[in-house]
Design a protein around this ligand. Structure first.
Ligand code: APR
Ligand code: ZN
Length: 229
């Protein structure tokens, strides 16, 4: 059984990391055009770096929750392939033990040189020194901004074509190309399941759905899949 799982900010909400579009979400406190576009970075790099330095600090203080651990258990115990495609830039899936993971929107805990594309692990604040590799820079968070291409899309579309089941967890279905994955997988013959706090904007793309908090409904669903396999 091949399962492809898309996760969004809702899977990290109960770990204390904010979502984007909920009532108290990040996009109610910051404007996307001020912190999450290449133009914003060119216009006011310090403001953008501060935004991601704050999110990196929050990420270091957060811990994986029962939903992250359940997904790592599914990968470890299922007869078959489990691939997590996450829109999240935190490292909570890794810290819960997930191995097969694609960060399609990049990773908060990596720096990227805007000149030579050198990537380095980054735990704390973004260094203000130039890139060690090319001496150029500037160094930016290795996060995919609006208007930029998400990472490893060919791999993702191939996995969706091969999937027996596509599950979307904790995403509002607002941002493409991830918002079309349920249709892509369904067209290729996969079953589709949405696990979310409430029906997402893409709810009608799913054959099946369960609603509730991720730490409640994801472990229950994983237990069912493992005991049925
Ligand atoms: N359990 C399950 N789902 C939850 C929970 C929870 N505890 N809390 C919130 N949710 C759901 C919300 O109902 C919402 O549908 O998670 C979803 C969060 O949606 P968004 O805030 O839009 O986050 P996401 O879908 O991940 O955003 C996608 O947009 O801003 C860009 O690049 C950014 O990766 C992000 C992308
Ligand atoms: Zn460089």
């Amino acid at each position: 059984m091949n399962i492809v799982i898309l996760t969004g900010a809702g899977v990290s909400a109960e770990s204390g990391l904010g979502t984007f579009r909920d009532v108290d979400g990040l996009w109610t406190k910051y404007r996307i055009e001020d912190v999450a576009t290449p133009e914003a970075f060119a216009r006011d790099p310090d403001f953008v770096q501060d935004f991601y330095n704050l999110r990196r600090r929050n990420c270091a203080e957060a811990t994986p929750n029962a939903a992250h651990f359940a997904l790592a258990r599914l990968e470890a115990e299922l007869e078959g392939e489990v691939l997590i495609v996450t829109q999240n830039v935190d490292d909570l899936h890794e810290r819960a033990g997930s191995k097969r993971l694609i960060h399609m929107h990049g990773e908060l805990l990596k720096s990227l040189c805007a000149s030579c594309e050198d990537r380095l692990p980054l735990k704390g604040e973004m260094p203000t020194s130039p890139c060690q590799k090319c001496g150029g820079g500037p160094l930016r968070p290795d996060v995919v901004w609006f208007g930029e291409m998400p990472y490893r899309m060919e791999e993702i579309w191939n996995a969706l074509r091969m999937a027996d089941l596509f599950v979307s967890i904790g995403t509002s279905g607002n941002v493409y190309p991830a918002a079309a994955f349920a249709q892509d997988a369904g067209r290729a013959g996969a079953d589709t399941l949405e696990l979310n706090l409430e029906p997402s904007d893409g709810a009608s793309d799913f054959a099946d759905a369960r609603y509730g908090k991720a730490t409640d409904i994801v472990p229950v669903w994983v237990e069912e899949v493992l005991s049925a396999s």
